[in-house]
Design a protein around this ligand. Structure first.
Ligand code: AMP
Ligand code: ZN
Length: 137
């Protein structure tokens, strides 16, 4: 897509700090570096986000995660790593070309704070909701 910033990075029209590349994907440092080594993994083919992808294109992309995650953790001496993917504006997506954030974690003060609001489990409601949502093969 001509007006997509990540397509421009793939085309070499905008510079990026690459950490991994093959025929199908590119991984490069996020300019904001939420934590040290904050990396974005993107498919070379343009998709708006995961909601637009099929199993094959998603498999190709996600298959690269273990190696890149393991290498980042090892090379940075990180203690762990968060993997985040935002889909649509409400979920925090600002660049509309599928990307997966890899965020190496060092300690509680390393800059990333992901909080889940937990609710008391209601097992009847859970069963009912799962029934409504059940997805066939
Ligand atoms: P999201 O909010 O999930 O859409 O994330 C988009 C990410 O792209 C943000 O973390 C930005 O810092 C990052 N970003 C935007 N432009 C560039 C760029 N030219 N090079 C590297 N990262 C970028
Ligand atoms: Zn694109």
């Amino acid at each position: 897509m001509s007006d997509c910033i990540f397509c421009k990075i793939i085309a070499g029209e905008i510079p990026s700090s690459k950490v991994y590349e093959d025929d199908d994907v590119l991984a490069f440092l996020d300019i904001t570096q939420v934590t040290k080594g904050h990396t974005l993994l993107i498919p070379k083919k343009h998709y708006r986000n995961i909601l637009e992808m099929d199993a094959t294109s998603a498999s190709t992309l996600f298959a690269r995660l273990p190696k890149i995650a393991q290498q980042l953790k090892e090379k940075l001496g990180a203690n762990g790593l968060n993997i985040v993917n935002n889909n649509e504006e409400i979920a925090g997506q600002t660049i509309f070309h599928t990307h997966i954030h890899l965020l190496p974690r060092f300690d509680e003060t390393d800059g990333l704070n992901i909080e889940f609001t937990a609710h008391e489990p209601d097992f009847t409601a859970l069963a009912q909701l799962a029934n409504e949502l059940y997805i066939g093969e």
